[in-house]
Design a protein around this ligand. Structure first.
Ligand SMILES: C[S@@+](CC[C@H](N)C(=O)[O-])C[C@H]1O[C@@H](n2cnc3c(N)ncnc32)[C@H](O)[C@@H]1O
Ligand SMILES: [Zn+2]
Length: 377
């Protein structure tokens, strides 16, 4: 492939297509903006795998993530892509980083490295790995079963989804993940990014459960145009399935309920979605350790982001200062004031990574509204 340029990411060098905006139409896909996600992935892998594991980068494109797992986390890696041009470039990039590979039948092999040119579903149904990383264009829905089958118990499953529009498109979410998102006319609940995250996460958990595996969320987040999920795989999924439930939303007054409530306290009918995973979306110790690793590696922005996640109060569905302000017609207050006021009333509360105006708390909506109104009086 001609028209390549060399970039540096983490501790590796990569030849990538010299293009303006990253696009599906590029001969091989590379998005420099996703370095943020890859930096976090390398740190997650380093924290998760204390000994050598084999990671399958099932949609490797230029090899950016997989090569970094090899070089920076010391993992053995299997790079795969359906696109032959991507595979050729990934092989070139391995060589550029001092990892020579040789063609051996349908595969390329090098020290701690295997490369293949397969459909990810074919590869993942025939091979098993300690760690599987899925990073497709758009939705991972069509790859979740194969990934769940492939990943070992005691392994790690990593998934990217760039179809964040499912958060606000009920039928699209239903079609892909079996759970509709919430919307009435043009109105959507203020916590829609978290709802979208939980819809995709529920589908990942259920895909694993079909194979008798439990996906225990270690770190899941939403950021700009994508969701990213890291989960530890173990046996017996029943414990995690008990954390599924329903969310009911009243579009008249803005109240929300965890549970299938067909009528709101205001008398209006609610919209209900589910069954949806409502348990924790991260493991506090794991997230703290990842934030520490990122800081050590000099990735300050990523470290602060993961630290923010690690400090979130573990309750589903955040509130938003904007929504409270527009609903009540009162001027908004600062996040600091709101959190302080909730704490003074004895509630647990924190910011949320999912929205700059969002916060999480164990207070109910009534209590949140009262607290909001009392500030500045
Ligand atoms: C978003 S890119 C991956 C980016 C890469 N992980 C990175 O960090 O730069 C998606 C890749 O999935 C590949 N792909 C799409 N469908 C596939 C399939 N069914 N099996 C294997 N690879 C596939 C595409 O060729 C493309 O290279
Ligand atoms: Zn209501």
């Amino acid at each position: 492939m001609s028209n390549l340029e060399e970039v540096r990411e983490g501790r590796v060098r990569l030849l990538v297509p010299r293009i303006g905006v990253p696009s599906k139409k590029s001969p091989v896909f590379y998005n420099p903006e996703m370095e943020f996600s890859r930096n976090i992935s390398v740190a997650c892998l380093s924290v998760f795998a204390k000994e050598t594991v084999e990671v399958c980068d099932a949609m490797c494109a230029t090899g950016a993530a997989g090569i970094r797992y090899r070089v920076e986390a010391g993992s053995e890696v299997w790079l795969n892509d359906r696109n032959p041009e991507a595979v050729r470039l990934a092989v070139k990039n391995l060589e550029l980083n001092g990892i020579p590979v040789r063609k051996s039948g349908k595969l390329w092999k090098g020290p701690g490295v295997t490369v293949s040119n397969e459909d990810a579903n074919v590869l993942l149904t025939s091979e098993s790995f300690s760690v599987v990383d899925l990073d497709p264009f758009g939705s991972p829905a069509n790859f979740l079963n194969a990934a769940a089958k492939s990943v070992f118990r005691k392994g790690l499953l990593c998934v990217t989804a760039t179809d964040t529009s499912v958060s606000t498109h009920p039928l699209s979410a239903l079609k892909k993940y079996g759970i509709p998102s919430l919307k009435k006319g043009h109105e959507k609940p203020e916590y829609y990014p978290e709802l979208g995250l939980r819809i995709v996460l529920s589908s990942i958990i259920l895909s694993c459960a079909r194979y008798g595996k439990r996906f225990e969320p270690l770190l899941c987040f939403s950021k700009r145009h994508f969701f990213r999920f890291f989960g530890r795989i173990s046996g017996a999924p029943s414990g995690i399935l008990k954390k599924f439930g329903y969310v009911s939303h009243c579009f008249s007054c803005g109240n929300r309920f965890v549970g299938p409530e067909s009528r709101c306290t205001c008398g209006s009918r609610t919209e209900i979605t589910g069954p949806l995973y409502l348990g924790p979306t991260f493991d506090r110790d794991f997230a703290r350790e990842v934030a520490g690793k990122l800081k050590e590696a000099g990735f300050r922005v990523e470290s602060e982001f993961v630290e923010l996640v690690s400090k979130e109060v573990d309750t589903p569905l955040f509130f938003s200062l904007h929504e409270l302000s527009s609903r009540t017609g009162r001027k908004s207050v600062s996040m600091e004031k709101m959190l302080q006021a909730l704490e003074e009333r004895g509630f647990r509360c924190s910011k949320t990574h999912a929205s700059p105006v969002g916060f999480k708390t164990d207070a109910g909506r009534e209590e949140v509204l009262e607290t909001f109104a009392a500030i500045g009086k």
